[in-house]
Design a protein around this ligand. Sequence first.
Ligand SMILES: OC[C@H]1O[C@H](O[C@H]2O[C@H](CO)[C@@H](O)[C@H](O)[C@H]2O)[C@H](O)[C@@H](O)[C@@H]1O
Length: 660
Amino acid sequence: MRVDNAVVIDAPPSPFLSAAARGMPVPASLGTAREGETFPHIADYAFLSDCETNCLIAPNGAVEWMCIPRPDSPSIFTALLDRSGGSFRVGPYGVQVPSARRYLPGTLVLETTWQTSTGWVVVRDALIMGPWHNVAERSKTHRRSPTDMDADHVLVRSIKCIYGNVDIEVHVEPIFDYARVGPSWTYTGSGYDQMQAAAEGQPTLTLTSSLRMGKEGRTAQARSRMKAGDEHFVTLAFSELPGPQTYTEAFLALERTGEYWREWLTQGSFPDHPWRTYLQSSALALKGLSYAPTGAIMAAATTSLPETPGGERNWDYRYTWIRDGTFALWGLYTLGFDREANDFFYFIHDVCRDNNNDLQIMYGVGGERTLEEFTLDHLSGYFDAKPVRVGNGAYNQKQHDVWGALLDSIYLHTRSREQMPEELWPVVKEQVEQAAAHWKGPDCGMWEVRGEPQHFTSSKIMCWVALDRGARLARLHDSNATAEKWQVIADEIHADICANGVDARGVFTQRYGNDALDASLLLAPLVRFLPADDPRIRATVLAIADELTEDGLVLRYRVEETDDGLSGEEGTFTICSFWLVSALVEVGELDRAVQLCGRLLSHASSLGLYAEELDVKTGRHLGNFPQAFTHLALINAVTHVIRAEESTQPIGFSPANRQA
Ligand SMILES: OC[C@H]1O[C@H](O[C@H]2O[C@H](CO)[C@@H](O)[C@H](O)[C@H]2O)[C@H](O)[C@@H](O)[C@@H]1O
């Protein structure tokens, strides 16, 4: 069956306009910011990354979120979470809404085109990449092997007037430490072309421009009338590397960065299909969420973008979860990217080696184990959603799916390369034994509930995955006695789940002894717990599709049926909706899967990005952004649909069904 974009996908709403500007009422539940100010929609932010630092840029050209030197460091631009939190705008004076915005194809280089009443101007932005620069002295942060290209630690913004005259403005207001410490600006030379922002104990920022810059309080500003053909640049460097000093250097750095991303994307393989660009945007988002120095992969670039408008479900996702990271590898593998896996596995190897194989569910991107959670009460929060949290209290939770997620990922890696790095064998052994030792106990589940631990069915399924994949890996490792031992336990877990995790109508339930539904059970067919034609799998997928949805989109669980320790509603979880697409394909409901997939793709931001949740009433994205979970599930769902259309042989989410 051929899928026509124009037929299946509803036209997305105009990407640049706020709800009010689109003539839609701004939902009262979103509240209002200070008089006259408002926040952009979450999905209207652009995401830039150099695989070490990232930032979000609002449609009006303002960088409103940026943390340096690491993505989980305190922010220097925080307007995303408080309109007075500081930002860095480049754009025409007096015009806030651009004519068009896109990534240069195949890249994370942003191009924004502006029309004013007198002319047109084009701005290009990127966190630039350059040749590996720690040549004389080894890097202090990089633990993975040096690559050809590396982050330059510079945000480059080029400006070109292409028609008429345009008054351009640059406004740079960094406020260090999550908007708590204002900078002082000083010129570095005798001219107006370079200034530094500094404050005690904070990183130094170097602003360089072909425009004449002035200091006004804690901001650096420039304004100039550009005429057709004029070119300017502004760079913000945040390491000792100076960055481009001229327009030509800035231009070349942007070209080189575009080249880097296109070269990376070329390593993958993408089907010739109308949905190809969604796959490519998702691959770029996942790569942009990786942290090259250690191989970690972040769950999202932000903290505390709310899951409920104005609510308390606000979390810091700038960390690496074993579950999110290994699932992300599944997504990248599906598209033929496998190099990222090595780095992530060596990250896991490092954290296991350094901590006696005691695997936590999440870490800082540098492998930090303690992620103490606290609130930043001086920030208003996005549309007043308080509290703003940093750190994440889930770091020391017991979540029993972690071993299965890791083992499945290692198995996938091993199968695709026909070998497993020998150093990983002790990690495999220890993590399989952990699953064997703990599968009978209660845990917090993959949704990290903050209520009492429960016997979550999906956690036990993932323990089965750990033992099953462990046994397969042991066979590949010629450790046959170990394989047999683990297979016996896998069979025992399987039988226990089938006896206790299924309700009277044959549907897998959220937890033992309770009939609540849970979207995590969509993983059952995807990890090959049972074949897709098993009646219990079909019944579970259809029950979730019909009963755990709001207007067709999937909830993680019903908050009133689940003690998650929190109050308030939450939006539909987009990873779960994409899982449903894959699961529908598995159970043979291709038309339904195609329809849902097309609808979900129609919700992509204009730049192809997704947050964690969708509010079905408003179509707004909710939660942290861009979120790896959503993008990896999109890749799996779209690939499921395309392969099912092309053949009658749907692929599995995991490789277990693709054995030799
Ligand atoms: O629902 C409460 C929990 O919400 C967050 O967890 C969610 O995000 C994680 C990162 O993507 C993901 O691994 C998890 O499955 C999701 O439920 C938050 O991180 C938790 O602290 C919070 O308890």
